[in-house]
Design a protein around this ligand. Structure first.
Ligand SMILES: [Zn+2]
Ligand SMILES: [Zn+2]
Length: 320
């Protein structure tokens, strides 16, 4: 194949998203954003780049397609349902990703100068390194950040988003984003140290990224048993703040159960239908065992005389 036509070339960082890489290299080659690529791909606007775009992107910027294997998020259909292969992981609920609603760590943009795959997960609401909340809007114009911005650190209004301020994150959100970061990039030597900070997340150690995300969502999305969010609404467009509340509630509730075994007060706030759906299609045994434990172990403890559950071998599984 002929040499790339663009003068600034690079390979992606090991945790850089395909979208972020393309925006970074477009900017480095003096384009304003990715709109120039819309003409290359014969589309009106670049909303999302997936696996099928990777070979051409790699060629344009002098890299290799295989380097993007775990750096894109691509939608597939399975049994009539949309699922995602996202950054090396199967994600069975696309509403757990925010592919068209970027959020960023402004400290990472300033320090490392690239966009990370991790930020595209809805329930990752803070930076595991800087321990600050991710930002989804511009401090100057208050508009949500967009992939149609001129550069990785530049809002459409022209403001340098690195100059904004960021809030500190809660321990629960930090622990979860660290757990996710370790799942996306294998840093096995630091795993045990970080897991030990969160007894709840140590329970997730064998779960898939998909299973963990779905458990966090199902156990944290409702503010209380009385204050439930309509399913359709909650599955769309959680803001960074709403998602952080979901993570905090989930981890606090799971911690409470782990500590006191008191299911009765807590379990009514869970979205049982979502836990049940994990039983049906969890990606691995640990996902299924965890969801089953929350459903059945809880029922058993609330009503020890529930004879049917006593007879059910599944109810004997010890979760905590
Ligand atoms: Zn950061
Ligand atoms: Zn702006």
């Amino acid at each position: 194949m002929a040499s790339p036509i663009l003068s600034v070339r690079d390979h992606p960082h090991s945790d850089e998203s395909l979208m972020g890489f393309t925006l970074r290299l477009s900017e480095a080659n003096h384009f304003s954003g990715m709109q120039w690529l819309a003409e290359v791909f014969h589309v009106g606007r670049i909303h999302h780049l997936s696996a099928r775009h990777a070979p051409l992107i790699a060629w344009l910027f002098g890299s290799e397609p295989q380097k993007f294997h775990a750096l894109h998020a691509t939608l597939h259909k399975k049994n009539g349902r949309s699922i995602l292969f996202a950054f090396g992981h199967l994600i069975t609920r696309p509403y757990l990703m925010r592919l068209r609603r970027p959020q960023v760590c402004i400290e990472c943009l300033a320090e490392f100068g690239y966009v990370k795959c991790l930020w595209d997960f809805v329930l990752v609401t803070c930076c595991p390194i800087h321990r600050t909340m991710l930002k989804e809007s511009c401090d100057a114009c208050n508009m949500n950040l967009s992939w149609n911005r001129p550069g990785i650190s530049k809002c459409r209004c022209g403001h340098d988003i690195r100059l904004g301020s960021s809030e500190g994150a809660s321990n629960a959100c930090i622990a979860y984003s660290q757990w996710m970061a370790l799942r996306l990039v294998d840093v096995s030597n630091s795993r045990s140290a970080i897991i030990s900070e969160s007894p709840v997340l140590s329970l997730f150690s064998d779960m898939s990224v998909d299973g963990a995300s779905r458990i966090i969502w199902a156990t944290g999305i409702n503010a209380s048993a009385l204050e439930t969010i309509a399913a359709g609404k909650s599955k769309k467009d959680l803001s960074t703040l709403q998602a952080s509340r979901c993570v905090e509630r989930s981890i606090q509730r799971l911690h409470e159960i782990q500590k006191t075994q008191n299911f009765a007060n807590i379990r009514p706030a869970f979205v049982s239908s979502s836990l049940l759906s994990i039983l049906e299609d969890g990606l691995c045994d640990s996902d299924i065992r965890f969801a089953r434990g929350l459903l059945l172990e809880g029922k058993l403890r609330e009503n020890p005389k529930a004879s049917l559950l006593h007879l059910n071998p599944l109810s004997q599984i010890k979760l905590f």
